[in-house]
Design a protein around this ligand. Structure first.
Ligand code: ZN
Length: 272
Protein backbone atom coordinates (compact mmCIF):
# COMPACT_ATOMS: atom_id res chain seq x y z
CA UNK A 1 0.00 0.00 0.00
CA UNK A 2 1.22 3.48 -0.83
CA UNK A 3 1.01 6.03 1.94
CA UNK A 4 0.49 9.59 0.80
CA UNK A 5 2.44 12.36 2.61
CA UNK A 6 -0.83 13.32 4.30
CA UNK A 7 -1.21 9.85 5.80
CA UNK A 8 2.41 9.74 6.88
CA UNK A 9 2.33 13.16 8.53
CA UNK A 10 -0.96 12.46 10.29
CA UNK A 11 0.79 9.84 12.36
CA UNK A 12 3.27 12.39 13.73
CA UNK A 13 0.94 15.34 13.96
CA UNK A 14 -0.19 14.81 17.51
CA UNK A 15 3.35 14.71 18.91
CA UNK A 16 4.45 17.87 17.13
CA UNK A 17 1.28 19.76 18.01
CA UNK A 18 1.75 18.83 21.65
CA UNK A 19 5.42 19.83 21.59
CA UNK A 20 4.63 23.21 20.02
CA UNK A 21 1.79 23.86 22.40
CA UNK A 22 4.04 23.21 25.39
CA UNK A 23 6.64 25.56 23.93
CA UNK A 24 4.11 28.31 23.31
CA UNK A 25 2.89 28.02 26.91
CA UNK A 26 6.46 27.85 28.22
CA UNK A 27 7.19 31.11 26.46
CA UNK A 28 5.11 32.79 29.16
CA UNK A 29 7.38 31.34 31.83
CA UNK A 30 10.43 32.93 30.27
CA UNK A 31 8.96 36.41 30.78
CA UNK A 32 9.73 38.40 33.86
CA UNK A 33 6.55 40.42 34.31
CA UNK A 34 8.30 43.24 36.16
CA UNK A 35 10.83 43.71 33.34
CA UNK A 36 8.05 43.53 30.77
CA UNK A 37 5.96 46.17 32.55
CA UNK A 38 8.96 48.47 32.79
CA UNK A 39 9.63 48.00 29.09
CA UNK A 40 5.98 48.73 28.31
CA UNK A 41 6.15 51.90 30.40
CA UNK A 42 8.79 53.30 28.00
CA UNK A 43 6.03 53.45 25.35
CA UNK A 44 8.17 51.60 22.81
CA UNK A 45 6.77 48.28 21.51
CA UNK A 46 10.27 47.18 20.48
CA UNK A 47 11.43 47.55 24.10
CA UNK A 48 8.68 45.08 25.09
CA UNK A 49 9.89 42.63 22.44
CA UNK A 50 13.48 43.03 23.63
CA UNK A 51 12.53 42.41 27.26
CA UNK A 52 11.73 38.76 26.48
CA UNK A 53 14.29 35.99 26.67
CA UNK A 54 14.12 34.83 23.05
CA UNK A 55 17.29 32.76 23.24
CA UNK A 56 15.66 30.37 25.71
CA UNK A 57 12.54 30.18 23.57
CA UNK A 58 14.63 29.47 20.48
CA UNK A 59 16.53 26.73 22.30
CA UNK A 60 13.18 25.16 23.21
CA UNK A 61 11.98 25.41 19.63
CA UNK A 62 14.86 23.26 18.46
CA UNK A 63 13.24 20.35 20.31
CA UNK A 64 10.86 20.02 17.34
CA UNK A 65 13.79 19.15 15.06
CA UNK A 66 13.80 15.37 15.73
CA UNK A 67 10.07 15.12 14.98
CA UNK A 68 10.54 16.85 11.62
CA UNK A 69 13.57 14.72 10.83
CA UNK A 70 11.47 11.66 11.60
CA UNK A 71 8.81 12.89 9.15
CA UNK A 72 11.51 13.40 6.54
CA UNK A 73 12.83 9.89 7.03
CA UNK A 74 9.30 8.42 6.95
CA UNK A 75 8.75 10.26 3.66
CA UNK A 76 11.84 8.55 2.34
CA UNK A 77 10.56 5.16 3.54
CA UNK A 78 7.21 5.74 1.83
CA UNK A 79 9.06 6.48 -1.44
CA UNK A 80 10.97 3.21 -1.06
CA UNK A 81 7.84 1.20 -0.25
CA UNK A 82 6.02 2.37 -3.39
CA UNK A 83 8.94 1.97 -5.77
CA UNK A 84 8.65 -0.94 -8.16
CA UNK A 85 11.36 -3.58 -8.28
CA UNK A 86 13.16 -2.15 -11.28
CA UNK A 87 14.16 1.07 -9.52
CA UNK A 88 14.16 -0.04 -5.93
CA UNK A 89 16.82 1.90 -4.08
CA UNK A 90 17.86 2.74 -0.54
CA UNK A 91 16.39 5.18 1.92
CA UNK A 92 17.71 8.69 2.24
CA UNK A 93 21.13 8.96 3.85
CA UNK A 94 20.52 11.06 6.96
CA UNK A 95 24.17 12.10 7.06
CA UNK A 96 24.23 13.05 3.37
CA UNK A 97 24.16 16.43 1.65
CA UNK A 98 20.40 16.36 1.03
CA UNK A 99 19.61 15.66 4.67
CA UNK A 100 21.99 18.47 5.70
CA UNK A 101 20.13 20.87 3.44
CA UNK A 102 16.87 19.69 4.97
CA UNK A 103 18.22 20.35 8.49
CA UNK A 104 19.18 23.84 7.38
CA UNK A 105 15.59 24.32 6.21
CA UNK A 106 14.37 23.33 9.69
CA UNK A 107 16.65 25.94 11.27
CA UNK A 108 15.31 28.54 8.86
CA UNK A 109 11.77 27.53 9.79
CA UNK A 110 12.57 27.95 13.49
CA UNK A 111 13.87 31.46 12.73
CA UNK A 112 10.63 32.26 10.88
CA UNK A 113 8.56 30.98 13.80
CA UNK A 114 10.62 33.06 16.21
CA UNK A 115 10.20 36.16 14.06
CA UNK A 116 6.43 35.63 13.73
CA UNK A 117 6.16 35.34 17.51
CA UNK A 118 8.21 38.53 18.00
CA UNK A 119 5.97 40.31 15.49
CA UNK A 120 2.97 39.17 17.50
CA UNK A 121 4.39 40.65 20.70
CA UNK A 122 5.22 43.90 18.90
CA UNK A 123 1.73 44.38 17.52
CA UNK A 124 0.01 43.49 20.81
CA UNK A 125 2.16 46.06 22.62
CA UNK A 126 1.58 48.63 19.91
CA UNK A 127 -2.17 48.14 20.07
CA UNK A 128 -2.25 48.27 23.87
CA UNK A 129 -0.24 51.51 23.80
CA UNK A 130 -2.58 52.99 21.17
CA UNK A 131 -5.53 52.20 23.37
CA UNK A 132 -3.80 53.95 26.25
CA UNK A 133 -3.78 50.81 28.36
CA UNK A 134 -1.71 51.15 31.52
CA UNK A 135 1.20 48.82 32.15
CA UNK A 136 -0.69 47.14 34.97
CA UNK A 137 -3.36 45.72 32.66
CA UNK A 138 -1.20 45.56 29.51
CA UNK A 139 1.52 43.42 31.17
CA UNK A 140 -0.60 40.36 31.95
CA UNK A 141 -2.42 40.70 28.64
CA UNK A 142 0.81 40.69 26.64
CA UNK A 143 2.03 37.64 28.57
CA UNK A 144 -1.28 35.84 27.95
CA UNK A 145 -1.10 36.52 24.21
CA UNK A 146 2.51 35.36 23.83
CA UNK A 147 2.91 32.80 21.10
CA UNK A 148 0.10 34.07 18.93
CA UNK A 149 0.59 35.74 15.58
CA UNK A 150 -0.19 39.44 15.15
CA UNK A 151 -3.49 38.62 13.50
CA UNK A 152 -4.76 36.19 16.13
CA UNK A 153 -3.65 38.51 18.94
CA UNK A 154 -5.33 41.50 17.29
CA UNK A 155 -8.63 39.69 16.94
CA UNK A 156 -8.57 38.70 20.61
CA UNK A 157 -7.79 42.29 21.61
CA UNK A 158 -10.76 43.45 19.53
CA UNK A 159 -13.08 41.01 21.28
CA UNK A 160 -11.76 42.26 24.63
CA UNK A 161 -12.40 45.87 23.65
CA UNK A 162 -15.94 45.12 22.48
CA UNK A 163 -16.80 43.20 25.65
CA UNK A 164 -15.52 45.97 27.90
CA UNK A 165 -17.43 48.52 25.82
CA UNK A 166 -20.58 46.44 26.30
CA UNK A 167 -20.11 46.81 30.03
CA UNK A 168 -19.20 43.19 30.73
CA UNK A 169 -17.44 42.83 34.07
CA UNK A 170 -13.66 42.66 33.67
CA UNK A 171 -13.53 39.32 35.46
CA UNK A 172 -15.82 37.59 32.99
CA UNK A 173 -14.02 39.26 30.05
CA UNK A 174 -10.76 37.82 31.37
CA UNK A 175 -12.18 34.31 31.69
CA UNK A 176 -13.70 34.38 28.21
CA UNK A 177 -10.41 35.60 26.74
CA UNK A 178 -8.37 32.93 28.52
CA UNK A 179 -10.29 30.15 26.81
CA UNK A 180 -10.14 31.99 23.46
CA UNK A 181 -6.36 32.40 23.83
CA UNK A 182 -5.90 28.68 24.55
CA UNK A 183 -8.00 27.77 21.53
CA UNK A 184 -5.97 30.12 19.33
CA UNK A 185 -2.69 28.68 20.61
CA UNK A 186 -3.90 25.17 19.84
CA UNK A 187 -5.03 26.25 16.38
CA UNK A 188 -1.65 27.83 15.72
CA UNK A 189 0.27 24.76 16.91
CA UNK A 190 -1.93 22.47 14.79
CA UNK A 191 -1.52 24.65 11.74
CA UNK A 192 2.28 24.73 12.05
CA UNK A 193 2.40 20.97 12.68
CA UNK A 194 0.29 20.04 9.66
CA UNK A 195 2.19 22.33 7.38
CA UNK A 196 5.72 21.50 8.51
CA UNK A 197 5.17 17.75 8.76
CA UNK A 198 3.62 17.57 5.32
CA UNK A 199 6.50 19.54 3.81
CA UNK A 200 9.03 17.33 5.60
CA UNK A 201 7.47 14.10 4.33
CA UNK A 202 7.29 15.48 0.81
CA UNK A 203 10.91 16.64 1.01
CA UNK A 204 11.98 13.19 2.20
CA UNK A 205 10.36 11.62 -0.84
CA UNK A 206 11.84 14.09 -3.30
CA UNK A 207 15.33 13.92 -1.80
CA UNK A 208 15.17 10.12 -1.97
CA UNK A 209 14.32 10.19 -5.68
CA UNK A 210 17.11 12.66 -6.34
CA UNK A 211 19.54 10.53 -4.33
CA UNK A 212 18.53 7.49 -6.42
CA UNK A 213 19.20 9.40 -9.63
CA UNK A 214 22.65 10.43 -8.40
CA UNK A 215 23.41 6.85 -7.31
CA UNK A 216 22.21 5.47 -10.64
CA UNK A 217 19.31 3.43 -9.19
CA UNK A 218 17.04 5.30 -11.58
CA UNK A 219 17.77 7.28 -14.71
CA UNK A 220 18.73 10.92 -14.19
CA UNK A 221 15.90 11.92 -16.53
CA UNK A 222 13.18 10.10 -14.54
CA UNK A 223 9.84 11.84 -14.31
CA UNK A 224 7.65 12.58 -11.32
CA UNK A 225 3.99 13.48 -11.36
CA UNK A 226 1.79 15.89 -9.37
CA UNK A 227 -1.41 14.29 -8.05
CA UNK A 228 -4.33 16.31 -6.66
CA UNK A 229 -7.37 14.79 -4.97
CA UNK A 230 -9.26 15.68 -8.15
CA UNK A 231 -12.37 16.70 -6.23
CA UNK A 232 -14.35 19.94 -5.98
CA UNK A 233 -12.09 21.26 -3.20
CA UNK A 234 -8.91 21.38 -5.30
CA UNK A 235 -7.68 24.98 -5.40
CA UNK A 236 -6.98 26.99 -8.60
CA UNK A 237 -3.24 26.77 -7.89
CA UNK A 238 -3.13 22.95 -7.76
CA UNK A 239 -5.95 22.06 -10.18
CA UNK A 240 -4.00 22.72 -13.40
CA UNK A 241 -1.10 20.62 -12.06
CA UNK A 242 -3.15 17.42 -11.78
CA UNK A 243 -1.18 14.54 -13.33
CA UNK A 244 1.39 16.94 -14.81
CA UNK A 245 4.93 15.54 -15.15
CA UNK A 246 8.33 17.07 -14.56
CA UNK A 247 11.86 15.67 -14.31
CA UNK A 248 12.85 14.90 -10.73
CA UNK A 249 14.66 17.87 -9.20
CA UNK A 250 12.97 20.19 -11.71
CA UNK A 251 10.07 22.62 -11.25
CA UNK A 252 6.58 22.04 -12.60
CA UNK A 253 5.04 24.50 -15.07
CA UNK A 254 4.43 27.62 -12.96
CA UNK A 255 7.59 27.13 -10.91
CA UNK A 256 6.62 24.89 -7.98
CA UNK A 257 9.39 22.41 -7.14
CA UNK A 258 7.33 20.01 -5.03
CA UNK A 259 4.21 19.64 -2.90
CA UNK A 260 2.77 21.24 -0.81
CA UNK A 261 1.75 24.19 -2.97
CA UNK A 262 0.32 26.04 0.04
CA UNK A 263 -0.68 25.33 3.66
CA UNK A 264 -3.28 22.55 3.88
CA UNK A 265 -2.43 21.39 0.33
CA UNK A 266 -3.61 17.78 -0.07
CA UNK A 267 -1.61 16.99 -3.20
CA UNK A 268 1.28 14.56 -3.42
CA UNK A 269 3.82 13.46 -5.96
CA UNK A 270 4.74 10.06 -7.31
CA UNK A 271 7.56 8.76 -9.40
CA UNK A 272 6.25 8.12 -12.90
ZN1 ZN B 1 -2.56 21.04 -3.58
Amino acid sequence: MTLTPAQVSEELEESLTEELLILLFLLRETVDSKTLKEAYATGDPQAVVDSIDWETFKAGLSSITPILLDAYSKGSKSAVSESSANFKGGQIDLTGEKAKAFLQAIYDMIERLLQATKNGVYSVSEKALEEGMGSKSAGPLIIALLGLTSQAAASILNVRKAQIKNGNPLKSVKAALASQVDKSLLARATFISEDELYSSVSQGRNDTWEQWAIAGFISSDSLKQWVTRADEFVCPKCGPLHLVYTYIGNPYPGGLISTPAHPRCRCYERLA
